[in-house]
Ligand binder design. Sequence first.
Ligand SMILES: [Zn+2]
Length: 448
Amino acid sequence: MLFSAVRKLRGGYSMFRSMLRCSGIFFMWCLVGVIATVSAFAQTTVIRAGHVIDPATGQASGAQTIIVKDGKIVSVGVGLKLPAGARVVDLSSDWVMPGLMDAHTHLTLDIAPADAPNDLSALYLREGTGLRALRGMWHAQQELEAGFTTVRDLGNSANHADTDIRVAIERGWFPGPTVVNSGKIISPFGGQSHGIPAEQARPWLWEYSDADGPDEVRKAVRENIFYGAKVIKLVVDNAAYVYSEEEIRAAVTEAHRAGLPVAVHVFGGPGADNAIAAGVDSIEHGFELSDAQLEAMKKKGIFLVGTDTPRAQLDAIGTAGGIFPEPETNARNILDRLKRAQRIGVKMAFGTDAASVLPGVTRGRMAFDYLEVWTAAGVPAPKILQCMTTNAAELLRVQKDRGEIVAGKYADIIATADNPLENIQALQKIIFVMKEGKVIPLPKVDQP
Ligand SMILES: [Zn+2]
């Protein structure tokens, strides 16, 4: 139905014939010339788009041509002259939009089903950083194939495996989404582990930094920056005590000085008050935020990344060793809070927190199950798409380069057969993914 035609490079056959006329060293020069010519051709792609969506405005423009060269969008418009030798992707019946963003992933993490021992600490004893990095790359590729061209990975990544994944993708060793990673999670003593006797070592230190008091928090931020973090993540209210405003402010000041945003795990209550007062960039989860707290976030421009998890995934993950409330309570809180956040108008970015294991479902596909919750909470389809693109780009601080289909930005582009501005479920059928100008082959069947 769609990219019926990624068409063959024009002129390839005549180049082949001229190559046959060459001999000896001259042949080699011809060959070099042919390779250079082919790679130059391969760098320019033209997308014929039925409709191009601008998520910032919720509007679509018809019959557009997008010219992509060297990984970036060169021009977008009606009736543009096609560069010679460009390959053409025919999406002339389809809806084309910027790649999606998931602002809260845990690429290297799989939390065992609810009927197994599922405290995070158990993971540290079973799997090393190498295996976690491989799983992370596997999940990263699933995200990309599902249309998520950028992800923000918020910790639980063994010993900085998230940095390794980011660097390997940036070096071009593997196809994958742009990764904005947090390194170790900075937390009050004990990370998110619970009930570990004092005689034992502190296994959580593998992926958490114990940091108490502003000075330790500052040092933990600096350590993460040293090891390659692009965002700072704090757990504010999942330990025996919550971080104070002063401690959170130390992280915010230090991270902002280095140009990095601060994301905090907090459900609500005094921890959320402290985080809002300290001026964090985003509150993650926030399942129990009050209306007054949501109002305060709106006033200060603090994002909510609500990780609005669908019931099937809540059931699969259980309480994750005491991190989450019972699934039924959690599902009720999530829906209620998302409704209130939408009504109050707090800035939101789409983020999943997906870490459960659903047999037969890829990590990328799991993300689309969240759309049901957003729709149930009454968030209109254009706004959901905005939260998955332009809003997320702003929070992730990648908006200069990504999140829109305009000249000068990276060609992170996806397409659907149906219009997601009318029905957000159209995203369930992504028919085309381009990452920085490269067309990503999509699997016919999901292989989790
Ligand atoms: Zn999370």
